[in-house]
Design a protein around this ligand. Structure first.
Ligand code: ADP
Ligand code: MG
Length: 685
């Protein structure tokens, strides 16, 4: 199954390395690297028949070519066929191209025509010199997803060779294939790489062609088979059963100043049931910002403690971890429970003492940052590991926390709502609970888009709000990391300090605090405490406050250079306000003029308050990689099928997976190897 070296039979090591960069490591990977679209070079279009925006191939002779200097240096060639004339424009070109395009030379040109300033033109068309009567392509020309340094031509060549060498035999047992009325696999793959001219391009492009259906089915089938296997493998593991005993959870519920919402009760039911099973829970708890995930986590932790086991909760930032620690301490102290605290800023001696108390089991609970997964931390009997804002952690870190116990139950929480279907396409085996309603009494946050030029009005607004006893956040502009030297962080800090000083000068009557990632932990805690207590009225902050921070009296937020933030990030930030009884406002300051894309994004955040909808849009605009965070996104398990649009195929695949595992286990194995062979490691998390 070590198919990786196989690619050296068709590519140089350098090319193989580039292929690997886009996840192509085996012959099967190449065979399944299907075109994004096609170009029709099977026919010629007369220049007179060209339509703007419709890519086409023409054959024409060069009339003249020259380098022009206005508006910028460019190579312009005029070509003509029997029907008319067209300009070809190249903004990047080699000197040799001018010589090549000598008058009278015959070219075959492929490109997208558009109406230019001086008549019709193609910008950067592909072209090559042809002799008279040279034959046309017999099949559509595939255009593949590529990467820098890997040309379409090179990809086509490698894939062509792979199609000859790869094993394209059926993995789907014939009776099942017939019953499902699916096209044969090998034919489908070949057809999608090289469709003949008689096939309607529209069917290929919208992936409705039977060949696409077969590919999508196979992909879903591989996912379903591996999902089932991972699920079974998990059930074969032994975890401590932690059934609901109610001794502690009931007490906590009775002491809370609020009632759980129906949505919270439902997910708590799901989690509580999972904990009682003798195999490890692996569940993702999703809920929009402010939906109340923390209390559910606290209940789950108590259920572990009721059963004599330990539980731990890890959060990505010190501010958030500490807030959890305080909140839970406040909830659980009346029950006689003490919570261990782990953070990077603890003194060595304190950390050792905490670690000792957790290792001997004296402390049933521990909360902290990454400090929890240090080697020195060991649990006596860890029954439940919870990770808050799980998308902020890498796969490795999640595994390390889990390994602090013997197959403990695992709960991951996220307020960046990954659409369920996306979660399913990234995680091989994961149950999902969703809190789909906010606690009662929340008022929607009014969002305003304000141009940077009106900054003074915004400052006046803060003055008014604070004069009325409210509090406000001012979020500093996000500065992209530039280079490896961490220059971005330094600039970020600079921007935050500048903003802080300017606001201090503009609002001398206010007590203003500043928090950023570089602040020492005790400094950070002092500022946050001041803000929570209401002594600090305006908190200037970097995105360190993005997750979790909960100060109900803060009802105004200003986000500077909002256009630089991701949508989900803006939504998270905005979620810091609207937590109390007052009407809340979030002002998105932007630097005019806004680009088209930035305008579209801000419009979404302005119009929608629904985290899931925003996440979907974010996903649409930015793609899943960036959305999930590069550290963990990896390669999606699904590239072709769409769990929503192809729901019928998904049902069929689910059923078929079960039948194959039962009646044709070898075929099932072969099928998964074909589709996920080089991505096995993904299935383990
Ligand atoms: P998130 O899901 O974003 O982590 P939190 O757990 O921080 O949300 O909850 C946000 C706020 O809502 C907290 O102040 C919390 O105490 C409060 N809260 C949680 N559940 C309820 C409820 N059922 N009724 C009223 N307030 C609640
Ligand atoms: Mg939270």
């Amino acid at each position: 199954m070590s198919a990786a070296p196989a690619l050296t039979t068709l590519a140089t090591p350098a090319t193989a390395a580039k292929l690997a960069r886009i996840g192509l490591r085996t012959l099967d990977d190449l065979a399944l690297h299907l075109p994004l679209r096609y170009e029709d070079e099977t026919r010629l279009t007369a220049i007179a028949d060209l339509r703007p925006g419709v890519p086409a191939q023409i054959e024409a002779r060069v009339v003249e070519a020259s380098v022009q200097y206005r508006p910028r240096r460019q190579l312009v060639a005029r070509v003509r066929d029997a029907s008319g004339e067209l300009a070809l424009r190249f903004l990047n070109f080699y000197g040799s191209q001018l010589k090549q395009l000598a008058p009278g030379v015959c070219l075959r040109i492929f490109g997208e025509p558009r109406g230019g300033f001086l008549g019709d033109e193609m910008v950067h068309p592909r072209y090559r010199l042809v002799g008279a009567g040279e034959t046309l392509a017999q099949a559509m020309t595939p255009v593949y997803p590529a990467t820098a340094g890997l040309s379409q031509l090179a990809l086509r060549k490698c894939i062509g060779l792979a199609l000859e060498q790869a094993d394209l035999s059926e993995t789907l047992p014939e009776p099942l294939r017939k019953q499902l009325k699916l096209a044969p696999f090998a034919d489908s793959v070949r057809l999608l790489h090289h469709p003949t001219p008689d096939i309607a391009l529209a069917d290929l492009v919208d992936r409705a062609h039977p060949a696409w259906r077969r590919i999508k089915f196979d992909e879903l089938l591989a996912q379903q088979i591996s999902l089932r296997r991972a699920h079974e493998a998990r059930r074969a593991k032994t975890a401590p059963p932690l059934p609901a005993r109610g001794a502690l959870t009931k007490k906590l519920l009775a002491a809370l100043p609020f009632q759980l919402t129906a949505a919270q009760r439902r997910v708590w039911g799901e989690i509580g049931r999972d904990l009682g099973q003798p195999y490890p829970m692996q569940r993702l708890l999703q809920g929009d910002v402010g939906s109340g995930k923390t209390i559910v986590a606290a209940l789950a932790m108590l259920q572990a403690v009721e059963n004599g086991y330990q539980a731990t909760l890890m959060a990505p930032t010190e501010i958030l971890a500490e807030q959890h620690w305080r909140k839970l301490s406040q909830w659980l102290a009346p029950l006689g429970l003490e919570i261990g605290w782990f953070s990077g800023s603890l003194k060595k001696r304190e950390k050792a003492a905490m670690a000792e108390a957790v290792a001997c089991g004296r402390l049933p609970l521990a909360i902290g940052t990454h400090a929890l997964i240090e080697e020195t931390v060991d649990f006596h009997c860890l029954g439940l590991a919870i990770i808050d804002e799980q998308h902020r952690f890498g796969v490795r870190q999640r595994l390390t926390l889990r390994e602090k116990g013997a197959n403990p139950h695992q709960l991951m929480m996220s307020a960046t709502p990954i659409p369920r279907t996306l979660a399913m396409s990234y995680y091989a085996d994961l149950d999902v609970s969703v809190i789909d309603a906010l606690p009662p009494g929340r008022k929607p946050v009014l969002t305003k888009l304000v141009a940077e030029a009106r900054r003074d009005e915004v400052i006046a607004r803060i003055r008014d709000a604070c004069a009325q006893g409210r509090q406000a956040y001012w979020v500093c502009p996000l500065i992209e990391e530039t280079g490896a030297g961490g220059g971005g962080q330094k600039l970020q800090l600079q921007a935050a300090t500048d903003t802080f000083e300017r606001l201090r000068a503009a609002l001398p009557e206010l007590n203003i605090g500043l928090v950023h990632g570089r602040l020492k932990a005790d400094e950070k805690a002092r500022v946050m405490d001041g803000f929570v207590a209401g002594d600090i009225q305006l908190l200037v902050a970097t995105t360190v406050i993005e997750v979790g921070v909960d100060v109900p009296n803060a009802s105004l937020m200003v986000i500077e250079c909002a256009e630089r933030f991701g949508l989900s990030q803006l939504h998270q930030l905005r979620g810091r306000v609207g937590r109390g009884a007052d009407d809340s406002v979030c002002i998105l300051l932007y630097a005019a003029p806004l680009g088209e894309a930035a305008r579209a994004r801000l419009k979404i955040i302005y119009e929608s308050a629904d985290g899931f909808e925003i996440a979907r849009e974010d996903l649409r605009l930015r793609g899943p990689g960036e959305f999930l965070g590069s550290r963990q996104s990896g390669v999606p398990l699904l590239r072709f099928a769409d769990l929503e649009a192809d729901a019928d195929l998904l049902d069929a695949a689910r059923e078929t997976a079960e039948r194959m595992l039962r009646a044709f286990p070898d075929a099932a194995e072969r099928h998964v190897a074909r589709w996920l062979g080089s991505r096995r490691e993904l299935l383990k998390v």
